[in-house]
Design a binder for this molecule. Structure first.
Ligand code: GDP
Length: 342
């Protein structure tokens, strides 16, 4: 039931803002109105129950927009140059007439108030570019929550006509796997070290990468970059070839000096051309959608189960019994899930 009565002054603006209809949001998105796109994303990010249905309807309508976008995941440790790279790469793309959206998956913001990514001021030129849209990482209490919101934000950005969606993340926790599950192309930014390039690379990340780009290929660092490139190339050859027929590439660039950027885009275009032709591009998206569906079923079931009032009571009773050693945890779990009386 909605509360009646006078609207408190300080809240009046906020309430009025929420009153916008889905039709208005949708037409705003389709007309490339950044402010309305941002408001739509805020709606999708909202955890308020009243907003869920509205957000769901908006996303469904946006899904009907067929686009030929490319979703690119970009990962790398803090300091590797992600924001500098995205700034020059994004600007390069907008100069060629593309519309670029930058989103972030930042698990750190789930645990602490601070976030490593998603700070608009890090990409000043791009933030001012009329053909670019930057959205900081959504706040959530779990990586799963951030992931869901980012997926839905991708859908909204594509409906708004963004051709290239850059999803940035740091290699914290499972964030790389999460981003990999929502993009077409996964790019790993690296630095050239002192020879031991493969040390410290998380297991699985090499298999996920469609390209390794060694940044800071400038000044005195060039020799190290060349060595690193050889070592990564050798390492990549040890992995079995990918089902989509793409051989992961190792490139280098200097985001600071704006070098090697066109080559990176050209490589991604080659990838897109190949995988669209052999249908793996679409197969991969379909696979991601199926996983998205299954994950959603899981989380809905989980939520529904624990929200059930009988379950809540039984759960507490069983916890007491377990503490007293009157029942085994396994039997207790089965009873709770099957709804057996105790
Ligand atoms: P992020 O934490 O991964 O987003 O990294 P930043 O983009 O903030 O860059 C970290 C530092 O590396 C900054 O001081 C940048 O100026 C510097 N940097 C970024 N790209 C390059 C590059 O290509 N060459 C050099 N020499 N420095 C760079």
């Amino acid at each position: 039931m909605e509360k009646k009565g006078p609207i408190p002054k300080q809240k009046a603006g906020k309430i009025k803002k929420q009153a916008i209809s889905n039709e208005e949001l949708l037409s705003g998105i389709r007309n490339g109105d950044k402010a309305l796109l941002a408001r739509s994303i805020t709606l999708v990010e909202s955890t308020k129950l009243a907003h869920l249905e509205k957000a769901e309807e908006l996303i469904s309508n946006c899904l009907k927009n067929k686009t030929d976008s490319i979703r690119i995941g970009i990962t790398g440790v803090p300091g590797v140059g992600k924001s500098t790279f995205i700034e020059v790469f994004g600007s390069y793309l907008t100069k060629t007439g593309k519309k670029v959206a930058v989103l972030a998956v930042d698990p750190s913001s789930s645990y602490t108030k601070g976030s490593i990514l998603g700070d608009k001021t890090r990409m000043e030129t791009l933030a001012k570019d009329p053909n670019a849209f930057i959205r900081p990482s959504p706040a959530s209490d779990s990586l799963g929550g951030v992931t869901r919101k980012t997926r839905e934000t991708i859908v909204l950005c594509e409906a708004a006509g963004y051709d290239v969606i850059l999803v940035e993340t740091v290699g914290v926790g499972q964030s790389e796997t999460a981003v990999h599950s929502m993009v077409d192309f996964f790019l790993l930014l690296k630095l050239a070290g002192a020879g031991d390039e493969l040390q410290g690379i998380k297991r699985g990340i090499m298999e996920m990468a469609d390209a390794i780009v060694i940044n800071k290929a400038d000044g005195n660092n060039l020799k190290n970059v060349n060595l690193a490139q050889t070592e990564f190339n050798r390492a990549l050859h040890l992995y079995p070839s990918k089902e989509n027929e793409w051989t992961p590439k190792v490139l280098s660039c200097s985001a600071l000096e704006n070098k090697g950027i066109a080559e990176i885009w050209s490589m991604i275009e080659t990838f897109t051309h190949l995988t669209r032709k052999n249908s793996h591009f679409f197969k991969n998206r379909a696979k991601q959608n199926k996983n998205w569906f299954l994950q959603t079923v899981d989380s809905l079931l989980h939520h529904k189960f624990y929200q059930n009032s009988t379950t809540k009571v039984q759960l507490q009773k069983l916890l007491v019994k377990i503490e007293k050693n009157e029942i085994s945890p396994f039997t207790a779990a089965k009873r709770l899930v099957n709804g057996t009386k105790q």
